[in-house]
Write a protein that binds this ligand. Structure first.
Ligand code: SAM
Length: 313
C-alpha cells in the first residue's frame, strides 16, 4: 500500500505504507524518515515500549502515570492501554505531538482500526476530536505543538512512571534528543520510573546517564535487522528498591556499548534556548566534536565492527 496524502505541514507529505507485520504506518517527507521500524509498527510498540515497561509491576498500584512523547498514529499508547484492559489500575496519561494528521489518517484506516478494542478506539477518537479523554478513573490529555514547549504544560508536581520516547531519529530531529530536553524528561520521572526508546545513539544515552538515569539495552526483535541494540531503557533509581539489570527484551549495556559512550558520538545535541533549529543544533555539535579529545567513533567501530556489513557484533 502506498500513496501521498497531504502536505505543507511540519511533517511535509505523509506517505502511507504497510510495515512487515502488516500494520499501517507513514513516511514523512520533511523528516525523510519512516514512523516505524522495518519489523512493523505494532511489533515495535510491544517489543520496545509495552513489554520492557513490565506493566505487571503496577498491579495493585492505584495509579500509573504515562507520558507519550510523539504520539504520531498512537500505536505505543494504544498498545499500552490495550495491555492494561481488565486491570483496575487508574491511568493518568499525557501525550505530546506536533501534527494532527498521523492520528487522523490512522483512524481512517480499517487495517488500523481492527487492531484495537472498541474502548481503545474510543480513546483515540476522543484524543483526535477533543484532545482529552476520560474513562472511569482513568484520563488523558494531549498537548498539540512543539514538545519542547508543551512539556511545560504538564502539571509541575506530576511524577511519571513511564515515558514512551518515540521522536524521529536524532540526526533528523535533534531538538527532541537534546541534553536539555532529555534532562527535562528525566526530571519528570518518579523513582523507579522508566524512559523507553528505540534509540541507541551514544549522544542520547550519555545525556540520559548524565541526567541520573541507569541505562539498559533493548534486544532486537524478530523481523528486525539484527544489530547490537534495539534501543534504550533508562531508569531513575529508586532508593528503596534495587534496579534490575535484566528484564524482558533488555539487558545491561555490553562493553562495546559502554565504550561507544566514550567516543565523539557521545557528544550531546545541545539546545539551551529550547528553540534552536535542526541546522543550529547539528552545526554546534559538529564543532564540539571537532574540538574534543575523545576517541573517534571510527576507531571504536574498527575495534568492534568485524563483519562485512559494518554492523558491530
Ligand atoms: C516516529 S513518529 C512517532 C510514531 C508514534 N509513536 C506512533 O506510534 O505512531 C515521530 C512523531 O514526532 C512528531 N514530532 C516531530 N517533531 C515534533 C516536535 N517538535 N514536537 C512534538 N512532536 C513532534 C511527528 O509529528 C511524528 O508524529
Amino acid at each position: 500500500m502506498s500513496g501521498c496524502i497531504a502536505e505543507s505541514l511540519p511533517l511535509g507529505t505523509l506517505s502511507a505504507y504497510a510495515t512487515a507485520d502488516g500494520s499501517f504506518s507513514l513516511y514523512s517527507s520533511h523528516f525523510n524518515e519512516a514512523f516505524h521500524s522495518s519489523a512493523g509498527a505494532l511489533t515495535e510498540a510491544h517489543a520496545k515500549f509495552v513489554d520492557p515497561a513490565q506493566l505487571e509491576r503496577f498491579s495493585g498500584s492505584k495509579q500509573l502515570r504515562v507520558l507519550d512523547v510523539c504520539v504520531g498514529l498512537g500505536y505505543n499508547s494504544a498498545a499500552l492501554i490495550d495491555a492494561l484492559q481488565g486491570n483496575s489500575i487508574s491511568l493518568q496519561w499525557f501525550g505530546l505531538e506536533l501534527d494532527h494528521r498521523p492520528l487522523t489518517m490512522a483512524l481512517q484506516q480499517s487495517s488500523f482500526k481492527t487492531i484495537w478494542s472498541p474502548q481503545v478506539l474510543t480513546i483515540l477518537e476522543r484524543i483526535r476530536d477533543c484532545n482529552s479523554w476520560r474513562e472511569g478513573t482513568s484520563n488523558g490529555t494531549l498537548f498539540w505543538g512543539d514538545a519542547r514547549q508543551k512539556l511545560n504544560w504538564l502539571p509541575n508536581d506530576l511524577k511519571i512512571d513511564l515515558i514512551l520516547m518515540d521522536a524521529f531519529s536524532p540526526s533528523c530531529c535533534p531538538q527532541l534528543w537534546s541534553d536539555e530536553f532529555l534532562t527535562a524528561l528525566a526530571r519528570k520521572l518518579a523513582p523507579g520510573g522508566r524512559l523507553l526508546t528505540y534509540c541507541r545513539a551514544a549522544a542520547v544515552r550519555a545525556s540520559l546517564r548524565r541526567a541520573g538515569l541507569q541505562l539498559r539495552s533493548l534486544l532486537t526483535v524478530p523481523g528486525e535487522r539484527q544489530g547490537w541494540s534495539a534501543g534504550t531503557l533508562a531508569i531513575l533509581p529508586d532508593q528503596h528498591e534495587a534496579t534490575s539489570s535484566q528484564g524482558p527484551n533488555w539487558q545491561p549495556l555490553s562493553l562495546m556499548e559502554e565504550e561507544h559512550l566514550l567516543t565523539r558520538a557521545a557528544i550531546p545535541y545541545r539546545d539551551p534556548s529550547g528553540q534552536a533549529t535542526v541546522e543550529e543544533i547539528i552545526k554546534r555539535r559538529r564543532e564540539e566534536q571537532r574540538e574534543c579529545k575523545m576517541e573517534s567513533t571510527n576507531a571504536w567501530k574498527r575495534r568492534w565492527c568485524r563483519n562485512r556489513t559494518g554492523e558491530c557484533q
